[in-house]
Design a protein around this ligand. Structure first.
Ligand SMILES: Cc1ncc(COP(=O)(O)O)c(/C=N/[C@@H](Cc2ccccc2)C(=O)O)c1O
Length: 455
């Protein structure tokens, strides 16, 4: 079915309020035209992120009642460890409070000053932790990933020639690992094919380079392999996911996405020595290696969510609900990144607002305009998110986008219609949208807390 009905019935509801246009003008000004700084109570449909915003199932809520809050050896820890071993296939698991906790551990363990970390397009926190430990991120994604209107089945793929060229240039001994994100968030939630993962593994093994994954949205990636890659149509998403992860030496996981929980994450690996290092480090940052910054109840909920995330009906609806919104916008001629990704529809702000240069912060301006128009909250994924280069100038990314990020099991198709209608109405009066300028800019990860004013 092109757009399947929600494979769940609603048992608990959380009412959402609609503000007036006049109220939103004051609210967005108070938030410095930064959607991260909007009070949740003033947001009608919240598409800021799919991180930590999923609806938990009744079974997950029941998990909270069997939280074993023992400081060491919590029963919930063993359930989480077993779930990771069974669904992803890694031998060792170190729990962390969320993805950044795992990125911190991995970067400290694997990276030395002057190392190079190739990856399929940057992600803000991943790159920040790599650089914090003296590493230099090198983008080895295929060129098409930086071209919004170019359609490819697997736009998240690694460009194998770029990867091999980097190895030849800097030497394999300066590359502790390649980080393959599945899917690629900043490219528009674009997947990586199984064939590409296998080839990356082959090249890496030849040079003694480890292959790590940012597995944050790996179930969505597995669904695209089932849908688009020859030889996988008759396999279950669960089987595809297991095969996919078998080519990695380990992964960082933000459980707040595909694992369907509000908090949680882990670092997984197959190497016993690396596990030993990680367990001695985790106590510094997250707590015992049997809770890693999570309560027992959260570990239980995550173990349950891991099993639910590979349910065929759940993941089919998840992907196709996002596609529904993307298709509606594309049919109306709205410029979006194509093909539609797994977790969000990305508006091409450069095409949407051709009268604004990147210095006028088009994606930030468009996100603020959408909130003003309809109370829908989106996220800027352009020059503001990209930050500044070492010489202090803006880092101008090729992609200047606004991300409409769909939480899992939260909204219905009717909400998608509200979002689509608002964006389409705004597009018709897009020339009225003015640019923004910084009035406050923090030194790192500026998109979270910067404040702006209309030009
Ligand atoms: C591919 C990938 N890898 C790691 C992480 C970190 O995981 P965590 O520490 O948040 O659990 C994330 C988090 N993505 C969230 C939240 C976010 C984070 C930074 C800037 C904007 C938004 C988002 O995309 O909305 C991710 O997408």
């Amino acid at each position: 079915m092109k757009y399947p009905a929600e494979p769940f019935k609603i048992k608990t509801v959380e009412t959402i309020e609609m503000t007036s246009r006049e109220e939103r003008e004051d609210i967005v000004k108070e938030a410095g035209y930064n959607t991260f700084l909007l009070p949740s109570k003033n947001v009608y449909i919240d598409l800021l992120t799919d991180s930590g915003t999923s609806a938990m199932s009744d079974k997950q809520w029941a998990s909270l009642m069997i939280g074993d809050e023992a400081y060491g050896g919590s029963e919930n820890w063993f359930k989480l460890r077993d779930a990771v071993q069974e669904i992803y296939g890694f031998d060792y698991v170190v729990p962390t409070h969320q993805g950044r906790g795992a990125e911190n551990l991995l970067s400290q363990i694997m990276i030395e000053e002057g190392d190079y970390i190739p990856g399929n397009m940057y992600f803000t926190t991943t790159k920040a932790h790599q650089e914090l430990n003296g590493g230099k991120f090198v983008d080895v994604i295929i060129d098409e990933a930086h071209k919004p209107s170019v359609e490819r089945d697997f736009k998240g793929n690694v460009d194998l020639d770029k990867y091999k060229k980097l190895i030849d240039e800097v030497g394999a001994d300066k590359i502790p690992y390649i980080c393959v994100a599945v899917t690629v968030n900043m490219a528009g939630g674009q997947p990586v094919s199984m064939e590409n993962i296998k080839k990356v593994k082959e090249i890496s093994e030849k040079h003694g380079i480890k292959v790590m994954s940012d597995a944050t949205r790996c179930v969505e990636n597995a669904y695209y392999i089932k849908e688009r890659e020859d030889g996988y149509q008759d396999k279950s998403v669960r089987e595809i996911l297991k095969e996919m992860m078998s080519y990695f030496d380990g992964c960082t996981m933000s459980g707040k996405k595909d694992c369907l929980v509000n908090i949680g994450g882990f670092l997984a690996m197959n190497d016993a020595d690396m596990y030993q290092e990680a367990t001695s480090l985790v106590v510094m940052y997250e707590g015992m290696p049997t809770y890693g910054g999570m309560a027992g109840r959260d570990m239980e909920a995550m173990a349950t969510g891991i099993y639910e995330s590979v349910d065929e009906h759940y993941i089919e609806h998840r992907i196709k609900q996002v596609r529904y919104l993307g298709d509606k916008l594309a049919e109306a001629g709205i410029p979006i990144i194509k093909p539609v990704g797994g977790h969000a529809v990305f508006l091409d702000a450069r095409e949407f607002l051709p009268h604004l240069s990147q210095d006028q912060l088009p994606a930030q301006a468009l996100a603020a305009a959408i909130y003003l128009d309809s109370g829908v909250r989106a996220m800027e994924r352009g020059v503001v998110s990209a930050g500044r280069d070492a010489d202090g100038s803006h880092h101008y990314p090729k992609l200047e986008t606004v991300r409409l990020t769909i939480p899992r099991r939260v909204y219905t198709y009717a909400h998608m219609d509200v979002v689509a209608n608002s964006v389409i109405d705004l597009y018709e009066k897009r020339d009225k949208i003015s640019g923004l300028k910084f009035v406050y800019e923090p030194p790192t990860l500026r998109f979270f807390t910067s404040k702006f004013e209309p030009l």
